[in-house]
Ligand binder design. Structure first.
Ligand SMILES: [Zn+2]
Length: 257
């Protein structure tokens, strides 16, 4: 007898299998990230590789369909470091919107975005608000604010910044073969001459750091990464299961009575 294993990755399904899923479900997961520098030790794909791993693991645990990760995001502020491939916020928002509308054509009304890169958040938040007005409820999950709340003691604030020990630990737990751990450095971000309280400046990563690391990264370990992975996946699974059960009508805007 042929053993049927439940497929959860859309790109691995046939259209017949996809139809079966869409006929029964109105929810999907879409991971998004970026391709940008993460210090001398981490792969350029850090943000999209982590988002993909979290999303796919959550899909397996919940039975909710997961799409292939969108690898390029809003990260022109890293471009002085070689290999950064980025989009404008407008292109990114438009691309993710088209993916969401494609899902919606097959009846998907609830979309969980697993975002691996903070620079994408403004565009995603804007899109989520816009989609809600058209009957699609999109939520955005980011692992690092979740980890900061769930495991406040595991890393210091210096270790929790871009390409720091926390992010490097996630890479060590997920794909140690592409982390050059001996290259990890600690670098205190420098202040810009125009910096002042209450002022927002159009600065790039290179204005703050020469290595690409903000703060401390040499204290990374696979063990700590595994603790973070477990905690954030369990939070994401809770969220996805909640949305899976929720009625779309209860998630939509209604006129005030
Ligand atoms: Zn990152």
């Amino acid at each position: 007898m042929k053993v049927q294993t439940l497929k959860v990755l859309l790109h691995e399904m046939s259209w017949v299998e996809a139809k079966e899923y869409f006929m029964r479900n109105d929810i999907a997961i879409l991971p998004v990230g970026s391709n940008e520098q993460h210090g001398p030790q981490n792969p350029l794909g850090t943000d999209h590789l982590i988002a993909k791993a979290l999303a796919e693991e959550t899909a397996k645990k919940t039975g909710v369909m997961c799409l292939l990760v969108v690898p390029f995001g809003v990260s022109s502020h890293h471009k002085q470091f070689w290999g950064t491939i980025c989009t404008s916020p407008k292109t990114f928002k438009g691309y993710v919107k088209d993916v969401c509308l494609s899902l919606n054509y097959y009846g998907v009304r609830k979309i969980v975005i697993v975002n691996g890169h903070g620079g994408n958040l403004d565009a995603l938040a804007e899109l989520a608000r816009e989609l809600r007005g058209t009957g699609i409820f999109m939520s955005v999950f980011q692992w690092w604010p979740a980890a900061g709340k769930l495991l406040p003691e595991l890393f210091t604030s210096e270790e929790r910044r871009h390409a720091g020990a926390e992010e490097t630990s996630m890479n060590l737990a997920l794909h140690p073969q592409i982390v050059n751990v001996d290259e990890a450095v600690d670098e205190k971000p420098r202040n810009h001459v125009a910096q002042a309280e209450g002022v927002t400046l159009p600065l790039d990563t290179f204005d703050y750091t020469s290595s690409g690391v903000f703060g401390k990264s040499t204290t990374a370990s696979a063990e700590k990464g595994k603790i973070v992975l477990e905690a954030v996946i369990s939070e994401l699974v809770k969220h996805v299961n909640m949305l899976k059960k929720a009625k779309i009508e209860d998630l939509m805007q209604k006129p005030k009575v």
